[in-house]
Design a protein around this ligand. Sequence first.
Ligand SMILES: [Zn+2]
Length: 362
Amino acid sequence: MSASDSPGAVRAARPSRRQFVADLLGASGLVRPFSRLRHALARDLVILAYHRVLDVADEDAFDFDLELVSASRAQFRAQMTLLRERYHPVRFADLAAALAGGPALPPRAVIVSFDDGYDDNHRFAFPILRELGVPAMFFVSTGHVDSGLPYAYDWLVHLLLCTRAARLEIAELGVDLELPASRTARRAIAADVLDRMKAVPASVQSAIVERLGVEWGMPRAQGHPDCRPLSWPQLREMHAGGMEVGSHGMWHNMLARLAPADMQAEVAGSRRAIADALGASCEVISYPVGGVDAYDAAVIAAARDAGFELGCSYVSGTNHLPPREPFALRRLPIERHMDAAWFAALVGMPEAFSYTSRRRIG
Ligand SMILES: [Zn+2]
């Protein structure tokens, strides 16, 4: 799940240059030959990272974190079509098999992955993936699948957007300010708060969200139509339809910010919950939040001990084959402001068109 860029300024400045060059390259017809040459030389693995696939008719009226919307349905269909035509979409299981001495991955291998497990993944992404024959991995936080509760970071954004309170005071983060009326300004404040949260223990993060919910009369409750986790029946259907399901912890806690015993319980418990629910083993974990402050050597050791074979970060980049760090795989975050030319350039020439997302949150 993503804490935010400061929406307006960063988004305006960041895409413009890449978008301009991507448009030029797209118009020139050079993306495809460049990308073929690049992928022939590099022979690496590209893993794309999505969160939500959703049509947001009115961004200003959307009551949750817009930065988690990776693509509209039309964008997603076009992106998957491009992967089908120009690349070889593969599964994490194919990567694990290759690492175990099985067949090597094909050239231009790409894996599609989703973090968090929003129910729009089932409603909107899964039908497109199934129709186009593109496999994908869904990393879910099993406590949320069990409970139906919204994700804490997204609920925090919701609280900040919708509260009638005049002030925001979070002593633990050194935040004390007047809440502006403008939603754009509130989204920027939410981004800043989420960024500050990354420095405090997971228990403090949860306590802040719960306290604000109670103080403002908006306790975190299941059932909001715009913020629902996937259910186990949906995941079983997706799994039976050829999709992979992996761990994103139990409660989307930053694993490196948990006490060691709690961290190990989240890692092992999430794997067990998925295996029990699907009747299949679960080999891959994506560390919640996923930046370099979200996982460390102890988290990786716990993942290995629990029986995982691969681990994904939210650090931007591609992966040498065989991966030098199979428990710190890099991914390319996909964001909703990337148009078709940019997406084609990003996957085709990731060195030039990817960037370290300010959010650093997966
Ligand atoms: Zn996440």
